[in-house]
Structures are given as structure tokens and as C-alpha cells.
Design a protein around this ligand. Sequence first.
Ligand SMILES: [Zn+2]
Length: 265
Amino acid sequence: MFVFYSLLLIIGLVVGSFITMLTWRLPRSLSLKGRSACDKCHKKISWYHNIPVASYFLLGGKCANCGKHISLRYPLIEVTTSALYVLAGYLWLYSDSTLLHELRANTPVFSSLFILISLITLHFSLLVVDLEHKLLPDVLTLLGGVVVLLILLTLPSPQLFQHLFWGFLSFLFFLSIFLITRGRGMGFGDVKLVFVLGSWLGFPYVLVWLLLSFASGALIGIFLLFARKAHWKQEIAFGPFLLAASFVTFFFGDIIIKWYIALSS
Ligand SMILES: [Zn+2]
């Protein structure tokens, strides 16, 4: 167990370091090749100064060359990715979720964990870019779509079509919001993302997911408004809510449905 979690923790830190780089370069249309450089003095960062988290603290949060502060986003993204990996490992072992059972029943032992971790990596990258730039890069959404399609292909065909049908329905729902609000309510990136996430979850989980997304979006929106961090006109990116809610639904959808039935009966 200790080895299992340590491995996830370390892989999470390394992938987190990659996500930090990816989410910085992708929205700026920079090449993904080549070593990272300090964004203040542009000096290339040597490999021994590029060890996730550890380097940040060893260097006291400052660039080894120019001494300017390194953004907190580096250790923050690395630690969050690592924590998400460990959490995913724990839930993969112990969660009773129907969707997880389906995934595990239809794939070889460790590949279901690998699939989950790939999705977490892609979705967390999307979340970071959307938070910082209000943008969902097509490349990441498309890659997420490929992983979801691979998952769906392990299902028997009636279930496969059920998932795709609900993905398409969610897509149409968001497309109509997009058209009615003329893109002010949400971006077209959200509309595309919803097709991927809706197909992944299928019925009835799609409904739980949408409810969670809108409820958490409204709550945070009202909170930011009262905290005077946002204005009515300033849009808050909706992608992070859709992305976070999809994982909560994947693992806890059954529990939420049970609560709902218990409350309404
Ligand atoms: Zn520097």
C-alpha cells in the first residue's frame, strides 16, 4: 500500500510539473519542446533546479539566476496534481461507484487506474487553463474525448449508444444556452467539453453532474459577488465547475442519487 501511494505521489509531482509547463505554453501558443526558462530573466532552468516542489523550496521561491520570485502556481499545480493522483488511487481501491465498477469490470487490472489518471491529467490541465485564461484548448478537449471513447468502446453496444446519446443531449442543451445568450453565458469551448463529459457519465449521472455544476457555479458566483471579487458583467469561467463536478459525479453519483431519493420520499 505504501509503495502504491508513494508511486502515485511521485508520478503526480512529475506529471504536475509537466502540467505547469503545458498550461503556461498552450494558451500562449508556445512550442512544447525545449526546457523551461525563467519568465523574468529568460534563463533556461537546469534540470537540478527543475525538480517538482523541492527546487521551489530549496531556492526559497526565487530564480537561481536573477533572484526574482517564481510564481506560486508551480508548486501549487504540482502538489494539487499529486494529491489528485493519490486520491484517485484511494477511490480506485475503495469506491463503490457503479461507473468505476463498469470501468474495472471491462478493462484489465491496472489499465482502469491508468485511464482514470489520464483523464484527471487532461481535465486538471483544462481546469487550470480555463481558470487563468477562460479558455478550453481544443487539443485537450479532443484528447479527453479520445480517452472517453476508449472507455465507452469497452461497454456493450446498447450502453455505448446510451452514453453517446446523453452526451449529445447535453451538447444540444448547452448549444441552446450558447445560442440564446449569444455566447455571453458560456463559451463554445464549454459546449464541446460537455459532449465529452456527458458521454463519459451517461444516464442518470448526467443529471447529477449538470445539477452539481450549475449549483456550485451559482454558489461560487454569488460568493464572489458578495466578496466583491467579481462584477455582474464579468463572466466567471464555467469549465472548472463542469470538470470538477464530473469527477465528483463519477465517484459519488450513486450516493447523491440515494440521498436525493431519500429526501424526496
Ligand atoms: Zn530568473
